[in-house]
Each structure stands twice: as C-alpha cells, then as structure tokens.
Design a protein around this ligand. Structure first.
Ligand code: GLN
Length: 486
C-alpha cells in the first residue's frame, strides 16, 4: 500500500512500528501536492521546509522514547480561517492578505500537542461565505473528481486536499454545511460536531452562534482520530462545553444494536436529484440489512431553515466583520479623505461581493424597525427548528438524509445566482441552527462519476453514535475506497 493511498490509522500504525518516518510520510504528501495542486488549487499556502522540519522534530521525539500524541507524524491541512501563529491566515480575503496571527487557535494548539504535521492552509470561500469555494479572493478550487466542477464549499480546499490524497486528514469549519457538503461532493468523510464540542478560540468568526470546527478524512476512523484530538473544553471560548470527550476510536467498530433511523418526508421533495435520492435509499437498505429500523419522522419547520439561516448568519457576520476597519489589522486603503472615508474605502477594497452582500443583508435585518420583523422572528423560528429535532430524536437515534440536493455542480453554474447557491444548503443548515452534530459519509456515485454522500444527524453530543453508524455503512460498502482520476 502506497503512503498516500493509506488511511490515517494505517499511517499511524506504520509510523509507530518504525516502518516509516514522519519525514517519509510528509514528503510523500508534499510530492503529491506538488504534482496535483497546480490543477486542483486546494492550498493557499504550503511551506515544504517548515512541514519537513515539523516531521523531523516528531521523528526525533519518537526516537527519544517519549510518549507520542494521537496524530504523531501525520500530515494535516488546515482551512485558512484558523489562526496559525506566525503563518499567514487570510480567510481567502484581500482584507487579510498580509495578516500573520500572533497566536494559534485552540484547534491548532491541540493538533500540535497531538504531534500532527501541519502541511498547509487550504482555500475556502471568503470568510466561509459560500458553497463552492468560488468566493475566494485568490483562486477557485476544483473538484478532483471532475476539474470542471466545484468541490463544494466553503471548506472546499480541505475537502479536495483529502480527496486528491494531498493530505490524509484536514480541518474545516461548518456554519451551514461547509464541512458536510464539500465532503459529499469530494467523496470523503466530514463531520460537524455539536456546537460547543470544539473550541472556536482563534477561529475567525463568521456566524458565531453557528460556527463549528471539524475534521475531513478518507475514512470514518480518520475523522474519529482527529475529532478526539481537537474536542474538549477550552475556557477561552465561552460557548465551549465542559463535557467529557469519549474515545471515539475505541467504540467505532461496535455496530449499533437496534439502531433506529429516521427519515423526514420534508427531505424527499422536488429539487432532490434522482440519483442522489437513489443513493440515500440504497444506504438505508444497507442499514436495514444490518438490522436497523427505518421510521418516518417529521421536521415541519425545515421549510423555513434557509430564510432563518441567511438572516441569522448574515446578521452575525455583519457584526463580526465590523472589526475589519483598516485600523486594527488587515488592509487599509491608501487614498482617503477622513476617518469615515478610510473605513469605507478599506472595506470597499478589501471585501468581495458576497461578503458585502451578507454585511448589507445582516445590517438591514438588525437595524431599528426591522430587527423585530426579521432578526427576532428568525430567532423564534430557529427555536421551532430545534424543537422539531428534539421531538424526532425522542423517537429515533439518528436522522438520515441527503447532504445536498445534487452532486457537485459546475464551476460558474450558480455563482451568479446567490439564491440558487443558498438553496444548495437546504439539507445541512438546520443542524447548525439546532446546534446538533452531523456527518457526511460516502454512499454512492452518479452515472457520470461524481461522489454522493449520506448525511446522518444526531442529538447534541452524539458524535460517538454518528461515527459508529457511519462506520457501519462504510464497512459494508466500497464507496470510500474509490479514488478520483486526477
Ligand atoms: N453556504 C453557507 C453560507 O454561505 C454555509 C457556509 C458555511 O458553512 N461556512 O453561509
């Protein structure tokens, strides 16, 4: 088995046995990046020397007999929205073109403590606003399965990096689907944890009540290993919850006995591509054959999810992005007349079109006179969406659904029609509104060779259950073994 064809667990075992060094592993992945990323464009930054230095340090530590971290010697790619000390962090925005954070995000600290090797920063939609990675100010990432198509977004770079074997695992963020949707489009595993499961300290904020950090991997176990390393309480994020982190890897192979899976009739309606529906139903058949019971549930308020999400996310974004004023950090316009003009010129030059659209939408929804009608109303409907899930999970263990209505769309297909782009989030955003975890696991292929994921949602803190359920499907199907042509 080649190094870059291996799973994270296989790599960890070979590293531990001493069959491979981290320098071997890291250089193998760096070589693939060199070979493929000119086409895929998943990375905004790769520092080969720095990555090899980290790998050497891990190898040296292992030789000295010290106890090693859970990801010792394994390369990992990081979405460019997480602060990395001394390493440029752009959020794929011009406004942060030269921003070098003076500190590491909590997740980065955890990965370093786990002895992972940080290979690079990945491309994304600017400030994570988008579903195709086309909103990056720097480059458009391509789907390794079909270079004319998008990898999904906003964590498209992280998903494509794993799919194209440029890294065995990576980190993304999910505010409305940005881990699960690109995972589905790229044929890899992606998990959005419960809100509060992973600290957001050092994550550049988009929608603070929705944002979560999570893993991509080329198999379920890889996602479990990374989640175990990054989850847990951090007092620097007041929404980080002080709940014990189970060993996700230990229980992974135990199938869930008497598993009950809910399917919502609201998820199987017009707009859902026939091939995607077929793959989801085939996955349900696999679960049925393993003894699971499939039951219908209802999520009556899901029809409002897109509207609610785009009001709340944009409102929070308009407030979060107020900090980019050309004073504290980031881009400052060269020509301006006075202070107010400096703010608006800096922001006007620094932000892209979609970010401006969100800021205007959010500012409008929060403004006096409209606050009650839009923002406050959205918060109330958000609660109803959460209650729908509470009721459903009183009845079933998990809910299965498509991840997105279609497989990967073409680059340029939706980018000029923001509303159509927003609709691609229809199956993922409710989980963020409700704060519950979700996973996307490979579950099929379209006839033209594009991956299809299955989404499993569970109640808060049910990551262990979701990983085990995803593993059941993975174990009895071959989809995750397929590799893209690039
Ligand atoms: N597509 C959604 C948005 O643009 C979700 C993005 C995300 O999860 N970061 O807001």
């Amino acid at each position: 088995m080649s190094i870059t064809g291996a799973t994270t667990t296989e790599l960890l075992e070979r590293l531990e046995r001493g069959d491979l060094t981290s320098v071997d592993v890291t250089s193998a992945y760096l070589d693939v990046i060199e070979k493929r990323d000119g086409q895929v464009k998943a990375f905004l930054l790769v520092d080969r020397e720095d990555a090899l230095r980290q790998a050497e340090a891990v190898d040296k530590k292992r030789k000295s007999g010290t106890a090693m971290g859970a990801l010792a010697g394994v390369p990992i790619a990081i979405k460019d929205v997480l602060c990395t000390k001394g390493v440029r962090t752009t959020c794929a925005s011009k406004i942060l073109e030269n921003f070098v954070p003076p500190y590491d995000a909590h997740v980065i600290e955890r990965l370093k403590a786990a002895d992972a090797v940080l290979v690079g920063k990945t491309n994304m939609d600017e400030f994570a606003m988008g579903s195709s990675t086309e909103n990056s100010a720097y480059q458009v990432t391509r789907n390794p399965w079909d270079l004319d198509r998008t990898p999904g977004g906003s964590s498209g770079g992280s998903a494509a990096a794993v799919a194209a074997a440029m890294s065995p695992v990576s980190i993304g963020t999910d505010t409305g689907g940005s881990i699960r949707m690109p995972a589905s489009y790229c044929g890899v595993v992606g998990l959005k944890p419960t809100y509060g499961r992973v600290s957001r300290y050092g994550l550049v904020a988009y929608g603070s009540s929705l944002d979560q950090v999570g893993p991509f991997a080329n198999d379920v176990r890889g996602a479990a290993v990374v989640l175990e390393a990054i989850a847990g309480h951090d007092p620097r994020d007041s929404t980080s919850l002080d709940e014990p982190v189970p060993s996700y890897t230990e229980s992974l192979e135990q199938p869930l006995r008497g598993l009950s899976i809910g399917i919502a009739k609201e998820h199987f309606v017009a707009g859902l591509d026939a091939e995607v529906e077929k793959a989801v139903r085939a996955a349900l058949d696999v679960y049925r054959s393993l003894g699971a019971e499939i039951r219908e549930v209802t999520l009556p308020h899901s029809e409002y999810a897109i509207a609610v999400y785009y009001l709340i996310a944009a409102s929070e974004a308009s407030s979060n992005l107020a900090r980019y004023d050309g004073v504290h950090y980031g881009h400052r316009a060269e020509k301006f007349n006075d202070l107010i003009d400096m703010y608006s010129a800096s922001r006007g030059e620094g932000f892209g079109a979609e970010v401006k659209r969100r800021i205007m939408l959010g500012t409008y929804a929060l403004s006096a006179g409209y606050y009650d009608a839009y923002y406050l109303k959205a918060l109330k409907v958000r609660r109803l969406i959460r209650q729908d899930f509470d009721k459903a999970f009183a009845d079933v263990d998990v809910i299965a659904s498509p991840v997105a209505p279609t497989a990967a769309f073409r680059i340029g297909e939706l980018v000029t029609d923001p509303l159509a782009m927003y609709l691609s989030d229809i199956y993922t955003i409710s989980a963020n509104l409700a704060g519950i975890p979700g996973i996307s696991v490979p579950a099929g292929m379209t006839t033209n060779g594009l991956p299809i994921g299955l989404q499993l949602l569970g109640p808060t803190f049910s990551e262990e259950r979701l990983l085990r359920a995803a593993r059941m499907l993975e174990k009895h199907t071959e989809w995750h073994k397929l590799r893209p042509p690039v």
